[in-house]
Design a protein around this ligand. Sequence first.
Ligand SMILES: *[C@@H]1O[C@H](CO)[C@@H](O)[C@H](O)[C@H]1NC(C)=O
Ligand SMILES: *[C@@H]1O[C@H](CO)[C@@H](O)[C@H](O)[C@H]1NC(C)=O
Ligand SMILES: *[C@@H]1O[C@H](CO)[C@@H](O)[C@H](O)[C@H]1NC(C)=O
Length: 302
Amino acid sequence: MRSITLLPAFLATAFAQTQYTSTQSSAVAKARATALTESPTSNVAGKTFDRFVAISNFQWAASQGITLTNYLAITHPSQPNYVAAVGGSTHGITDDSFQRISSSTKTIVDLLEAKGISWSEYQEDSPYSGFEGSYVNQKTGSNDYVRKHNPLVSYDSVTSSTDRLAKIKNFTMFDRDLSSNKLPQWMFITPNMTNDGHDTSVTTAGKWVKSFLSPLLSNSNFMQNTLVLLTYAIGIVAFDETAAQSGTNKVFSVLLGDAVPVSAHGTTDGTAYNHYSQMATVENNWSLGNLGLGDSTAAKFY
Ligand SMILES: *[C@@H]1O[C@H](CO)[C@@H](O)[C@H](O)[C@H]1NC(C)=O
Ligand SMILES: *[C@@H]1O[C@H](CO)[C@@H](O)[C@H](O)[C@H]1NC(C)=O
Ligand SMILES: *[C@@H]1O[C@H](CO)[C@@H](O)[C@H](O)[C@H]1NC(C)=O
């Protein structure tokens, strides 16, 4: 029940004069010193959920494309998911430690190159192209670019080739490739540990997505019948603890870009997808064949 008190008109006027709208620093300091803060909690059981959280920036992304409501990660933690997304298997990796996968193990890169399809990775705050370590913010020392979120760098079949290493780039290069209209046909883009929400929050990640993607959606150097798969921190379950506890591992994912018809914007797709679906989709689209691993059986988006 909600209680509403009506103030006599003259009192309402007096209160209206003390609205806390001033942004002058002295006014802000004064108001802050006396501002009332409440942190109510409750535990009222609902019919189908007990907490509702609306996150506007992700809603923005969903409004621009198709939300995949049944997209599952392969495993925990992040690194084996990234590895799987380009290699069709976790190749036995179960943790985030420094890993190398034998040079005889193929990836999506072998299939792309066999058909002449250009590719690149863009990893925010990697210090230079082909860097194979992890890198902290030089001023704050906090985790910034991390190897475990770079899907191809664990594969020796990629890092043993100077030509391939040269395509593992940072965002400086993304900006340059974008402005010179030299983006490849296959890209994997990973923001840093702040912007991907790993060390921060879903809200921070959502803000990054909007600031990074919204200009691209109208950039003709980017949108060239382009299908963008947006996944939120691909091995981390931050949204759905219940799902995590019951053993599923749902990943917030949206398909966007000018390859998605406008009529499908704001819709959902409940097909069971996973990280191998990324490969299956690309392999199907360009008739690449497959690696005979998880990619050969996964459902494709298109
Ligand atoms: C990104 O990589 C390029 C190419 O190696 C390098 O010149 C540039 O300094 C790097 N940018 C940052 C911010 O580290
Ligand atoms: C990540 O990049 C953003 C800019 O996009 C920057 O503000 C932030 O400091 C970076 N995070 C780290 C840990 O350096
Ligand atoms: C890839 O997909 C695009 C658009 O979805 C389509 O026009 C094209 O024919 C596909 N390519 C192949 C080889 O199937």
